[in-house]
Design a protein around this ligand. Structure first.
Ligand SMILES: [Zn+2]
Length: 292
């Protein structure tokens, strides 16, 4: 089963809902960044949320960025998604290892205390930016808190990443369910009841639940209407030209030193870990261009 996002409404539009299966894109992130199991879980959860939140945006050129910055050993997580199911991301310290907590990967411990920042660049002069504190640092609850407090949209977020014994990704996915302002009391209480029955997204994914089945359980008795499905993937739009800008920003003095060393340099894209090599001649060109 390849990755995809399902978008839906329920109770005559009083609820909007998203669910995704993201095993392949989380596994690609894991293999590109060589993340430890707890880093894979943390990054995988944020990638899953990001790809669903990206699909909430309207325009092809809209870009969503999710940043988690805590005082834990993982250092920080950054995810960027567009509205078409493309997502990419990285963690600052991919090799963090922590003992399990209550038999589970300790994502909260790896992230620590800190902030969640959501930036939506929708081509306006100023991108939208919202920031909330991390409540549990387990990511799903932190996004629930963000939606309620920063966007004033009562939401329920569930995210799960499960590893194989060999530390590859076995399954990953999640959901976001949101109440519209005109939602009736009866709809709200039924949704709360349904959400309360879902104790572990990971367990449901492991049992083979599809995004459609997740949504069916969440909106039981609330007339689920699936609007559309779209493929999701790990995708980075970097190129040697784009990464060159990062090289140029290092500063003139540093570039001169690299040229003096007389060796090729290798620069990696943060988001996908692709390595680009710049020869001394190319560094001289970059220097020339950056001085203009
Ligand atoms: Zn890249």
């Amino acid at each position: 089963m390849t990755d995809y996002i399902v978008r839906a409404t329920a109770a005559d539009g009083q609820i909007r809902a998203f669910a995704a299966t993201t095993r392949d894109l989380v596994e690609e992130a894991r293999s590109r960044h060589a993340t430890s199991p707890v880093a894979t879980a943390a990054l995988g959860r944020l990638l899953t949320a990001g790809v669903m939140m990206g699909s909430m945006m309207k325009n092809d050129t809209d870009v969503l960025t999710l940043q988690i910055n805590g005082d834990g050993p993982i250092g920080g997580i950054t995810v960027t998604a567009d509205s078409k199911g493309d997502v990419k991301g990285y963690v600052q310290n991919p090799d963090v290892i922590l003992p399990p907590k209550n038999g589970k990967l300790d994502v909260g411990g790896a992230v620590g205390i800190g902030l969640l920042t959501v930036i939506k660049d929708m081509g306006l002069k100023e991108p939208y930016s919202g920031q909330t504190i991390l409540v549990t640092s387990e990511i799903a609850e932190d996004l629930t808190y963000y939606f309620a407090n920063s966007e004033q949209v009562p939401s329920s977020v569930g995210l799960g990443v499960l590893m194989e014994k060999d530390n590859t990704v076995k399954c990953a996915g999640g959901f976001i369910v949101q109440l519209m302002p005109f939602a009736r009391e009866s709809v709200i209480s039924r949704l709360e009841e349904n959400v309360g029955k879902i104790t572990s997204v990971t367990k449901l994914l492991e049992a083979g639940y599809t995004p459609e089945q997740l949504l069916a359980d969440l909106t039981e008795g609330l007339d689920l209407e699936i609007t559309d499905t779209m493929p999701a993937r790990f995708y980075c739009n970097c190129s040697k030209k784009r990464v060159e800008r990062a090289v140029a920003s290092i500063g003139e003095k540093e570039i001169r030193e690299m040229i003096a060393d007389g060796k090729d340099i290798e620069v990696k894209c943060h988001f996908c870990n692709t390595a680009y090599t710049y020869t001394v001649e190319e560094l001289q060109e970059i220097l020339k261009r950056s001085r203009r």
